[in-house]
Write a protein that binds this ligand. Structure first.
Ligand SMILES: [Zn+2]
Length: 241
């Protein structure tokens, strides 16, 4: 298997049939719609990750990171979902959703904010891959440090840090609402949810996203919050639409 893959990758496109034969053992996921893509993600979370899938050997993030999938994606990618998530070390989307190499196009930035660079990456994903990803997911999480910072230093307080970090925190000010207690989980939880809602609104107004919806009526945008605690449920902020 490994030799065949090395041979195929070395030959590139002229080895298509052989590569396709190998890839049939680790086929790329092709959900028919945003809702089907959403189901793949939530199924990976509820059905495997949240049940410690490694215990029973049913972890697809392990199965689909092997030489088969690496060989299949060595010359091209066609991820079925784009994920904008926080950079927090406790929220690795491939593991949380139990997906493999080539399944997800992930943009990670503190606070999962829709920065110019994040939007550029999203536009790239929605215009360059064939087939186009079916879902754009904004993934927030509980206990987000960026959300806490936005509450702690909301105006008129003066930001004490660098302009680089301020550029992360400032967009979250608009999600602070009436939260005054940056040490309280319930208060921060509301900021996290509102931040996801605000980012979704930003992205739904983004031309590349609007174009994707117009081109493919089965494409959709959704948002959720990851709880961090084991055995907890994903919190739906917006079903894909
Ligand atoms: Zn965070």
């Amino acid at each position: 298997m490994t030799r065949l893959l090395m041979f195929c990758v070395g030959l590139g496109a002229c080895c298509g049939p052989l590569l396709a034969q190998v890839c049939s053992q680790c086929p790329p996921r092709r959900p028919a719609s945003a809702k089907a893509a959403w189901t793949l993600l939530t199924g990976g979370y509820d059905g495997r990750f949240n049940k410690d899938c490694n215990v029973n050997g049913n972890c697809e993030s392990a199965r689909f990171r092997g030489s088969c999938r690496r060989g299949c994606t060595a010359t091209a990618q066609s991820p079925f979902a784009v994920v904008l998530s926080c950079a927090d070390s406790r929220v690795p989307p491939e593991l949380v959703f139990d997906q493999g190499i080539g399944d997800l196009f992930i943009i990670r930035i503190a606070g999962n904010i829709a920065s110019t660079e994040a939007k550029g990456s999203i536009e790239y994903a929605l215009t360059k891959f064939n087939p186009r990803p079916k879902l754009l997911l904004v993934l927030g999480h509980e206990d987000c440090g960026a959300a806490r910072a936005a509450v702690e230093y909301q105006p008129p307080k003066v930001w004490p840090g660098s302009p680089e970090v301020f550029s992360i925190v400032a967009p979250i000010f608009r999600a602070v609402g009436d939260c005054k207690d940056y040490s309280g989980n319930t208060c921060i939880s509301g900021v996290v949810t509102r931040n996801v809602q605000r980012v979704l609104a930003d992205l739904n107004a983004f031309k590349a996203v609007q174009d994707a919806k117009q081109f493919d009526s089965t494409f959709g945008v959704g948002g959720m919050v990851y709880d961090l605690k084991p055995k907890s449920s994903l919190i739906v902020v917006q079903d894909p639409k």
